[in-house]
Design a protein around this ligand. Sequence first.
Ligand code: S3P
Length: 438
Amino acid sequence: MAKKTISPGGNVSGVVELPGDKSISHRYAILASLAEGTSEIRNYSSSADCLSSIECMRKLGIQIDLTKDFVRVAGKGLDGLKAPKRALDAGNSGSTIRMLSGVLAGQNFTSTITGDKSLQRRPMRRVAEPLRQMGADIRAKDGDRAPIEIHGAKLKAIDYTPPIPSAQVKSAVLLAGLYADGVTTLRESVRTRDHTEITLREMGANVETSKGEIRIHPRPKLQPRQFIVPGDLSGSVFLIAAALVLPDSAIMLHNVGLNPTRTKVLDFLISIGASINLASVQLRDGELIGDVSVRYAPLTGGAISGPQVAEMIDELPMLAALGAYTEHGIEIHDAQELRVKESDRIAALAAGLQAMGAKVTEYPDGLRVEGTSSGKLRGAKVDPQGDHRIAMALAVTALGAEGDTVVRDSECVGVSFPEFFTTLDKLRDAEARGAAAT
Ligand code: S3P
């Protein structure tokens, strides 16, 4: 098991080209497979999760070629998938298993989908429930866990409001809606990421949205497309945080996805004092993209709760950890969802930060991380519990500690951002190179 040693200090500076957004890459792989012809996707995420989506689609009979410059998907139309010979393996990827379940529910064959140990612990009833209402016969282990056996059926259109805001569940229902006998309606109280709706529209589907209501018309002929995946904003947040931990930092991130359902994290950081500027913002393939520049600035701290939780769900570990570098700390509530992510993120983060000397209070639905007045952090051996976002959050936290930190099992960052440590090292080297030149 690989470990990564983080020596603190210095700053980050330079320009970064980010790998493609994980959420968008999944959707492009799945929807391009259902299109009537060949799509080409540039800047597809290099993450293990997005490779799991490609592998699953291949097992469903879709030819997908990975070239140096793009991923080529030979879509076979809505009814072109074939029954897989064995159980599909979604690896660590909640997006793959949940979104693909929606597609599989509409097929005229039976399939099983499962994943690694972490994925087998995560709740699946939330996706099985609406798909059952649509008419699919779905059997999950203990009613709520993978492996999930999906007996596809002729689906009925439903009007559904997920009890917990979730873009994955919303997407599963919309994808199943492609196969339904009428218009499927999905209602959400908090606007979660809308890449599925955007991609469907870009490919010619009829998707109407107004005031928290999304309606998908069935059986579109999805058109193949050439897509360029925007840079991954959720991954970039770890680099942005590094610039906010290390004084004198200044970084610029190119072509980052700036979809408004994803940027609440930037609004929050700005509200607590971060110096973040956007430039060259434009619309490409239905998604906003632009350049993000960040300069070090002291942070005041603040609270996150209610709808903000779903809007910043993947960034909460990093935001909580940043609390140790703020004046008043960061407190998060209403975030019990964090306990059923790739790890129990509240417990994993609290343990890692406490090992570094941070003062942390754990709540059933969140945590509080005290600010700088509770003393400087110290390097420690930390265990991210196999969770990519915890590993990156702890590594960035270590940059401002006293002494080295060793992150166990550091290769788990490959689940979303395999280039994370090399990118961080390069931004830190840039400083060393600059210092050597002066
Ligand atoms: C995702 C949605 C979120 C997020 C996950 C990716 C997506 O999950 O945590 O990393 O791509 O739709 P939920 O929809 O379960 O909140």
